[in-house]
Structure formats: structure tokens, C-alpha cells
Write a new protein. Sequence first.
Length: 133
Amino acid sequence: MRIRKEFAIVMLTALITSCSCFEPTPEAGVKFSTVDEVAQAVTKPSTSIVVLDVNPESVRNEKGVIPNAIKLSSYDKYALSELPADKNTGLIFYCYNESCGASTEAANRAITNGWPNVSVMRAGIVGWNALHK
């Protein structure tokens, strides 16, 4: 019985860290965007603001993708070349929902690498779908 409990704890810990369902500390400069602000950015696509999806393909298949969003290969190991070359472009990252920290991790990485205008839509694809489906 004790082995099962320890195994369950190990598996739960692995699941939590693998899905980034934790609250990372945002870097200075990370702002938060609402679903409405993201809707404005995607209905009037421009080169000054882009929306970036950091969800895994399984989530994209189940929940969809915000229209015109760039699908990053990973939330933490994406190639910097996947981001706009112009570092003055505004970046809005999103992941699954308010409990998911993957978008904040991705945003922190962008800020660390020189993109100054970065925000996170905390509501994620779940929040988007609640208002746009």
C-alpha cells in the first residue's frame, strides 16, 4: 500500500510539472491581456501584435487554436526564430487556462531574449472558447 501511495505522488508530481500547470513567477515586463484584447488583435491582424499558442498538439486538437495565432513548437524550448524578427512586435502568449503556467514561461523566455512588449492571456484557450464558440 505504501509503494502505491509513493508511486501516485511521483506520478502526480511528474504530471503537474510536465503540463506546466503551475504558477511561474512572471518576469518584470510581462503584462496580462484579456480575451477581448486578444480578440481585437486577431480580428485586425497586423505586424505590430501577434498571438502565440504554446499548447501541445493534443490540446490544439481538442480545444482548437485562436484564429491567426502562431503555433509555437514548445512553451519552453521553442526556437527564437519562431517569434517575429522585429523585436518591437507585441507578443501575446496563451496556453490552456488560468491554472496553466506555460504561457508565462514562454513569455519570460521572450523577454529574456530581448522582446520588450510581451503579455499573457491568462484565460487561455478555455477562456477564449467560453466567449467565442
